[in-house]
Design a binder for this molecule. Structure first.
Ligand code: AMP
Ligand code: MN
Ligand code: MN
Ligand code: MN
Length: 285
């Protein structure tokens, strides 16, 4: 019997809206068998998710989604099956959160210059955990009527060339892969079809990723089209990378993405979970 995998999700420890325990409950109800919690630049939600999963049949994979700057573009690298207490990983993520904290204040200052006051305080208040993401700014600005939805806030205020955009460097590609591999995890390029990259530039990224020890790419993603699935499956094969499956769930407010509702990995892909042991949470916690 094939299991239902969802290996890319967020909790309130980053920019998701459910607590880690609520996320685990919802994944169970949705029929997910194997769930990875992959918050942005933090492993803080994993302890709570593990407790919630421990007495259930759901297998929790400790994960993280690391912000990376590659050729001046932000790309996301998932770590799946990491030790959330690994020192090298924790130190690396702490450095990224330091930049994130400064960036949040700077976004607030820049929005204020554009006539929108209280953005930093508003975003901080909406963030239920210790990490402030642009998503929190977007939710606050929607609540204040500056745009009708989160997507609209991004395009009008938060992306390159807009008043609240703050440039800066996240981790380097090889650093992120190194932290993940050093913590015993597998490194996976998240939603590869979403980056504004030409086909050849994306292939360059995947080649460098494979060369520095990356393991896989998200072939099936909540933000991929059906065509993307097949293009990415071919890239995976070409670069000797395994395939992964993840919704990129952020919460029930976003009704078009649900946990565990993704198509199966194409047969030509070697799954990222191929050599995962069939242990239960109790054994691996
Ligand atoms: P950050 O890591 O703080 O820069 O925020 C990145 C997060 O913002 C992503 O993980 C998405 O959840 C969200 N995001 C980025 N771009 C958009 C967009 N155009 N529309 C909606 N959400 C977005
Ligand atoms: Mn996010
Ligand atoms: Mn992402
Ligand atoms: Mn994500």
């Amino acid at each position: 019997m094939s299991l239902n995998y969802d290996l890319h999700t967020h909790s309130a420890a980053s920019d998701g809206t459910l607590t880690p325990a609520e996320l685990v409950q919802r994944a169970m109800a949705a029929g997910v068998d194997v769930l990875a919690l992959t918050d942005h630049d933090t492993t803080e939600g994993i302890a709570e998710a593990r407790v919630a999963a421990r007495k259930t049949a759901l297998r929790l994979i400790p994960g993280v989604e690391i912000s990376v700057t590659w050729q001046r573009l932000t790309v996301h690298v998932l770590g799946l099956g990491v030790d959330p207490e690994n020192r090298g990983l924790l130190d690396g993520l702490a450095g990224l959160r330091k930049f994130r904290d400064w960036r949040a204040e700077e976004i607030g200052r820049r929005l204020a210059r554009a006539g929108i006051v209280g953005g930093f305080e508003g975003a901080k208040e909406l963030a239920r955990g210790p990490l402030i993401s642009r998503t929190h700014f977007a939710r606050y600005l929607v609540a204040k009527g500056h745009a009708s939805d989160v997507r609209g806030v991004f395009s009008r205020f938060l992306v390159n060339g807009k008043p609240g955009h703050v440039p800066g460097d996240w981790a380097k590609l090889d650093q992120a892969v190194g932290w993940i591999r050093g913590a015993g995890g597998k490194a996976v390029v998240a939603h590869p079809a979403r980056y504004p990259l030409s086909r050849s530039k994306l292939r360059r990224l995947l080649m460098e990723f494979a060369e520095c020890g990356g393991n896989g790419i998200e072939v099936i993603s909540g933000s991929h089209s059906r065509d993307d699935f097949f293009v990415m499956a071919r890239h995976a094969r070409d670069f000797g990378l395994q395939g992964s499956v993840g919704s990129d769930y952020h919460g029930p407010e976003n009704p078009w993405i649900e946990l565990g509702r993704l198509p199966a990995l194409p047969d030509c892909c070697e799954p990222i979970w191929r050599d995962w042991h069939e242990r239960r949470n109790e054994a691996s916690a």
